[in-house]
Design a binder for this molecule. Structure first.
Ligand code: C2E
Ligand code: MG
Ligand code: MG
Length: 723
């Protein structure tokens, strides 16, 4: 007697469904009626087989079984129910009441036993109690299932978080870490639980990290966020950067903090935090930052960073009353190389140049690429011009050796303008601009060298015009003076020569020195007239001294590259000497190495011609310019003038003294005279004497002075006539 559940007007969700099985139709019906009346959904089964069939077709909360049924007894039905519906509750309703039958039924899985004939109230009470218990068990199982589901959900949410999620106890030991840490940093959560968080923190962030957690103002509403570097483990090499947000756990919001999350960790979770991997962002930021302040080709600081550093250096120099130097470097011949060999080679050249320049610098100096083939250099806190001069020379020297670009060997030079703070400018822009101006003056004078900025270089065009007018007037009005600096034999103390050094007695500005007006004179080519006047005055003066018995007195005059370059240079000079009637053998001309190297062939012809007439040739400032020693013995040179900076170094006791040794040894080898310039102390004098350098010039014997002072020195007071 099977019944289809759907035909009954009962709610299968809330109404318990009960299988009733008995072989007695009358009893079966009365039991079924009783239960249906109570609102249960009842399925009556006449006999054991029908009961088994019903168990296979419908789900039941409960089965009420007779034990003794002829076709199949209650025990077998119970066994079948245990197989097909193990959670169906069973109550035996039987006339059998022997202890063995009851206990057998209970062992087979019956939960209760009602004896026939039954009392309906007792039966219903048993039934209800049984169903109530079952509902409880089911509800518990349901809660358990939901809990497991929820736990799995939260575990999934926490472990699939893109961030590391962690909890720490009050001492900073991990109580929980999600599995994300393994993919990001290589640690297994189990290895970290119980460990102090500092074991994964980069050493330099430990103090900051610890301090952040101790901050009393930190709370869930006011969490601490800080960027730290975390150590990785395993095959990963570099640290990674994380943005960590942490706050103390609010025990009211989550009272379960009482329970430690990991058996190794005996204390309670006190802090909750997340750590987001920001490595890529940091790297991108670092790159953008680098790009904003560096030149990508040479990796040098760019203009913006240079200006920033210069600003700082100026502030510092002002505060400490120090000097600093700004150099403006421009490569010579770069454009030609770039145009002929192509930009790729040009780029390689710039990189190679950068490397050589950088090797010349000290820590703290800033070399920057200003653009194209222009570089700027900041030397903070230098002691004197000499420091800057030495670096400039080193830089020039460093670029002199050829560069190998694939199969090409190329030569570049560099023109360097130098502006010193504070004398060449008080502000950043002024210093850079003035160094640039000085650099242009180097370019104008044959490139490949350095110059310090001087005021006349940058006078604006109006001022320049007026100075040029002044200078022309000076030439017309005879405002130029010639001062003479003695060149003395170190052994005898005798004056053997005099270097003529020009001065300008300016009507308003007083006595001006060559650095104040020579650059302008060269630029405006007034130097040609100026030199003519100087030579004329000097020759006339020295001629007088010669006439007074100083037969071998030598007159040394400085020549500007512009004069030497002039196609009629030799002719003009010889003509002038002739008209002045000055003995050529008493004249020494001073030229610099750069002049010689600018056009070796031409210059060599010119010098040869002069030398043949008896004029002596001296290399001025020897050792500071283009010292291609190779050519020294091929040119008619008589004297090397050791530059003052090397002589100064004798006092300082640095490598400069070695250079003097080398120059003197070389001059001896080449049988050249040698004059040491800038001798100021007797220890320098003694040192030079010891080397066998016998001619010296410098403040030790006196500065350049007007003719009458020299006359006194020569013991020729009476000749100090009109010049
Ligand atoms: P220079 O030919 O190397 O001249 C030496 C410079 O050093 C002179 O500066 C001289 O006064 C200075 N001096 C000499 N002894 C000492 C010393 O012991 N210590 C120090 N600190 N300095 C010393 P000055 O007269 O200012 O001349 C500067 C430069 O101007 C000269 O360098 C020369 O290149 C150029 N110059 C001077 N007069 C003429 C000229 O008539 N024609 C041309 N073309 N150039 C000239
Ligand atoms: Mg000189
Ligand atoms: Mg000199």
């Amino acid at each position: 007697m099977n019944m289809d559940r759907s035909r009954l007007n009962v709610d299968p969700q809330t109404t318990a469904s009960i299988l009733v099985a008995d072989d007695d139709p009358r009893l079966l019906k009365s039991l079924a009626d009783l239960l249906e009346k109570q609102g249960y959904w009842v399925s009556p089964a006449l006999g054991g087989k029908a009961a088994c069939q019903a168990l296979e077709q419908n789900r039941f909360d409960l089965a009420m079984l007779d034990l003794r049924m002829p076709d199949m007894d209650g025990f077998d039905v119970m066994a079948h129910a245990a197989r097909v519906q193990p959670d169906c509750g069973i109550i035996v309703v039987s006339g059998e009441s022997s202890f063995s039958a009851v206990s057998r039924a209970l062992r087979r899985g019956a939960q209760d036993y009602i004896k026939k004939p039954f009392d309906p109230d007792e039966l219903l009470a048993t039934l209800e109690a049984m169903l109530g218990k079952r509902t409880l068990i089911r509800a518990h199982a349901d809660v358990q299932r939901r809990l497991e589901k929820s736990e799995a959900l939260h575990r999934y949410i926490v472990n699939s978080s893109p961030d590391i999620v962690f909890m720490l106890d009050n001492k900073g030991h991990f109580c929980f870490v999600n599995s994300k840490i393994e993919s990001l940093l290589g640690y297994r959560p189990d290895d970290l639980n119980g460990e102090h968080f500092s074991i994964i923190l980069d050493e330099q962030d430990v103090v900051r990290g610890t301090y952040a957690l101790r901050d009393p103002s930190i709370s869930a509403d006011n969490p601490r966020t800080l960027e730290v570097s975390l150590k990785t483990r395993g095959s990963r090499k570099a640290n990674r950067y994380f943005e960590v947000t942490a706050f103390p756990i609010d025990h009211e919001t989550w009272p379960a903090t009482a329970e430690p999350q990991d058996p190794k960790c005996t204390t309670k979770a006190r802090f909750y935090g997340t750590a987001r991997d920001v490595t890529e962002r940091k790297e991108a930021e670092a790159f953008i930052n680098f790009q904003a302040y560096h030149d990508l080709l040479t990796r040098l600081p760019n203009r913006a960073l240079f200006k920033d550093r210069l600003n700082l250096a100026i502030t510092q120099a002002r505060r400490n009353d120090q000097k600093l130097a700004v150099m403006f470097l421009d490569l010579d011949r770069f454009k030609i190389i770039n145009d002929t060999l192509g930009h790729a080679m040009g780029d390689r050249l710039l990189q190679a140049v950068t490397q050589r320049l950088e090797n010349c610098l000290r820590k703290g100096d800033t070399l920057s690429r200003f653009g194209g083939d222009e570089f700027t250099l900041l030397l903070p806190a230098i002691a004197s011009h000499d420091d800057a001069r030495q670096i400039a020379r080193k830089l020039i020297q460093a670029l002199r050796k050829p560069f190998q670009l694939a199969e090409h060997e190329v030569f570049v030079g560099v023109s360097i303008g130098i502006a010193l703070f504070p004398e060449a400018g008080n502000s950043l822009d002024q210093l850079i601009q003035n160094a640039d101006i000085a650099m242009y003056h180097v370019k104008a004078r044959g490139k490949d060298g350095y110059r310090f900025y001087s005021e006349t270089m940058s006078i604006d065009s109006a001022n320049r015009l007026s100075l040029e007018r002044d200078l022309r007037r000076a030439l017309d009005n005879d405002e130029l003076r010639v001062f003479y600096q003695p060149q003395v034999c170190a052994n005898s103390g005798q004056i053997v020569g005099l270097e003529a050094l020009v001065r300008w007695q300016h009507p308003e500005r007083g006595l001006l020195y060559p650095r104040d007006f020579l650059p302008l004179a060269e630029e405006t080519r007034l130097i040609v007239d100026l030199s003519e006047q100087v030579l004329s005055k000097a020759c006339q003066q020295v001629k007088r001294w010669i006439a007074q018995g100083h037969d071998n007195l030598r007159l040394a005059v400085n020549l500007s590259p512009i004069q030497v370059d002039h196609p009629r240079f030799v002719e003009n000079l010889l003509q002038q000497l002739q008209s002045l009637n000055f003995p050529a053998g008493n004249l020494e001309i001073e030229i610099t190495e750069n002049v010689i190297m600018s056009d070796l062939e031409q210059i060599s012809l010119k010098l040869r011609e002069l030398a043949e007439r008896g004029i002596r040739i001296a290399i001025d400032d020897f050792g500071t310019g283009y010292s291609s020693l190779n050519y020294l013995h091929r040119l008619p040179i008589h004297t090397l003038k050791v530059d003052q900076s090397f002589v100064k170094a004798i006092r300082n006791g640095d490598d400069g003294a070695c250079i003097v040794n080398a120059i003197v040894a070389m001059a001896h080898g080449l049988k050249l005279d040698i004059v040491a310039e800038g001798v100021e102390t007797d220890s320098q004098l003694a040192y030079l004497r010891g080397l066998g350098c016998h001619q010296v010039q410098g403040f030790f014997y006196g500065p350049a002075q007007p003719a009458d002072a020299i006359s006194r020195m020569l013991g020729l007071q009476q000749v100090s006539a009109a010049v």
